[in-house]
Design a protein around this ligand. Structure first.
Ligand code: TYM
Length: 330
């Protein structure tokens, strides 16, 4: 039986967080044997925010090294950089002519980001989901492993794909979001009602994947909790719920097992244990990351090979799209 296809992407717009890891990247490695997987560092998406060119270059390479350090085997997965495969931008123009202004106006990420960068609400920020839809559709992806914040974008992808399929003829596979049961939305350590996000200005709100152990310990010690004082799952204890989630994913335990383990214990003990669990999970990732960053020639080999492979699949779909809409082949 032919393997199903998976596509996902990650922005190189800052340092990767524990949210990116637990909600997305950690799960990608588990899929590599069963699926035909494409993972992309979406540098073109990152342009919707102002980027310092030399930082963007560095973060793009770091993003790739991080995917490898998190266990993605470049033989089994196609790992590439979005701007290396021009079909993404080309398809995005066509699909932007099939996506309605009203649909894009409803995207919550657009609303959130517009509020955060009110001095730079650029057209790319608005049409961002169209480019994301093309990322997915060009590879005929069946599944898209993401955190829950991306669900709405995948629903839009399906709507636009269906519109194209109906207007012309069946062209795209219908992608489904693939969201983990636990860890799909890791919250900020400082404002646990908000998602942990690379763009948060408060450093203490995030655990970065490259944070050294003492920093991780300190950030968890300072994590905002509540005055209830009981490690339990309750709606009015979002900080504790977030810590239970993090511990449960790192330790492969259910949330109830975590509650049981810390019954009768204070928050201090619990926070230290969560920090230790995170340090243990991140240690091998960090070691591998530093080893890879010291070998730029290898990283170059990986992204060049990835781009060649991605290009072949993406071109094939783009050719079909062009033909169906009535463009004359050259
Ligand atoms: P990005 O770069 O913001 O995040 C990468 C992945 O990490 C997940 N994630 C989280 N999961 C749990 N808790 C959190 N706090 C958290 N923060 C981030 C995201 O859900 C995502 O899976 N638009 C995408 C990138 C993209 C893409 C694509 C994804 C571009 N094209 C095609 C899938 C398919 C984004 O900005 O992800």
């Amino acid at each position: 039986m032919e393997k199903q296809t998976i596509f996902s992407g990650i922005q190189p717009s800052g340092k990767l967080t524990l949210g990116n890891y637990l909600g997305a990247v950690r799960n990608w490695g588990k899929l590599q044997d069963e699926y035909n997987c494409f993972y992309c560092i979406v540098d073109m998406h990152a342009m919707t925010q102002y980027q310092v060119p030399k930082d963007l270059r560095k973060q793009t390479l770091e993003g790739l090294a991080m995917l490898l350090a998190c266990g993605l085997d470049p033989e089994k997965n196609t790992l590439f950089i979005q701007s290396h495969v021009p079909a993404h931008a080309e398809a995005a123009w066509l699909m932007s002519c099939m996506t309605y202004f009203g649909e894009l106006s409803r995207m919550t990420q657009f609303k959130d980001k517009s509020a955060k960068q009110s001095d730079n609400i650029n057209a790319g920020l608005f049409t961002y989901p169209v480019l994301m839809a093309c990322d997915i559709l060009l590879y005929q992806a069946d599944l898209v492993p993401v955190g829950s914040d991306q669900k709405q974008h995948i629903e839009l992808t399906r709507d636009v794909a269906e519109r194209f399929n109906n207007r012309y003829s069946p062209t795209f596979a219908m992608p489904k979001p693939y969201i983990p049961k636990v860890g799909a939305k890791i919250m900020s350590l400082q404002e646990p009602e908000k998602k942990m996000s690379k763009s948060d200005e408060n450093d203490n709100a995030n655990i970065y994947l490259l944070d050294p152990p003492e920093v991780i310990k300190k950030k968890f010690k300072r994590a905002v909790t509540d005055s209830v004082g009981v490690v339990q799952l309750a709606d009015d204890q979002p900080g504790i719920k977030n810590l239970i989630t993090i511990y449960s994913v790192c330790k492969n335990m259910t949330m109830d097992q975590v509650v049981e383990e810390f019954e009768g214990q204070g928050y201090g003990v619990f926070k230290d244990a969560v920090a230790d669990a995170v340090i243990e999970v991140l240690k091998p990732v960090q070691d591998k990351f530093h080893e890879l960053m010291a070998n730029k020639a290898y990283l170059e080999e990986v992204y060049k090979d990835g781009a060649d492979r991605a290009e072949r699949t993406a071109r094939k779909t783009l050719r079909k799209m062009y033909k169906k809409v009535g463009f004359i082949p050259r």
